[in-house]
Write a protein that binds this ligand. Structure first.
Ligand SMILES: [Zn+2]
Length: 193
């Protein structure tokens, strides 16, 4: 990814050794890394320099990981930034709360290697900020669209036969502008090959 724009990750935790370790791991993978010591500093940094992904712990002074997620969601500029959370204790109720709040991934430290975490974060970024929509392929201009895109009229993936969904990505939230693509619900392919 040398000639691409670097992906920016914001690592937030009060444990310096955790931050330092993950900063190194993500830098090695080509990420631009920023660090913050708690939710409040993280929120401040995320608002000033919007990251592509936020990697945060839960228990921190001043503002914890959940408070951070809530604050990010309320801010238009940060509401679409994917949040990945890690826990030291692995409490089930924390994981459930995280999922309810829209946290993309929840890791329990010690249950997964740093490299596995990096891989998961990368795959999260692949469809970051995307919303998959089911649509009725036979109505309105569906058949014409299928023809123009060389899809079959039922909008099924040519590779695996799965149904194709429409994936919308917010382009400009204020103007309600989106970019769109088709994505196979089974193999995640583009439907054509
Ligand atoms: Zn497919």
């Amino acid at each position: 990814m040398s000639d691409e724009k670097k992906l920016k990750i914001l690592i937030i935790d009060d444990d310096e050794s955790i931050r330092t370790m993950y900063a190194e791991v993500f830098k090695k993978e080509g990420f631009e890394v920023e660090e913050a010591v708690d939710g409040l500093e993280g929120l401040d940094k995320a608002t000033k320099n919007i990251p592509d992904v936020i990697f945060t712990g839960i228990i921190m002074p001043r503002m914890d990981g959940f408070g951070l997620k809530e604050a990010l969601a309320k801010n238009v500029t940060t509401s679409n930034v994917p949040v990945v959370m890690f826990s030291h204790m692995g409490r089930k109720e924390d994981e459930e709360k995280a999922k309810q709040m829209g946290v993309r991934e929840f890791f329990v430290m010690g249950m997964i290697t740093p490299n596995q975490i990096v891989e998961k974060v990368k795959s999260t970024l692949g469809d970051a900020g995307e919303y998959k929509i089911k649509f009725s392929s036979s109505e309105l201009d569906g058949p014409k669209l299928a023809k123009d895109l060389h899809f079959d009229e039922k909008f099924q993936c040519k590779k695996c036969g799965g149904n194709l969904d429409l994936a919308l990505k917010i382009f400009d939230l204020n103007k309600h502008e989106f970019s769109a693509r088709f994505v196979c619900s089974k193999c995640n392919g583009n439907g054509n090959n």
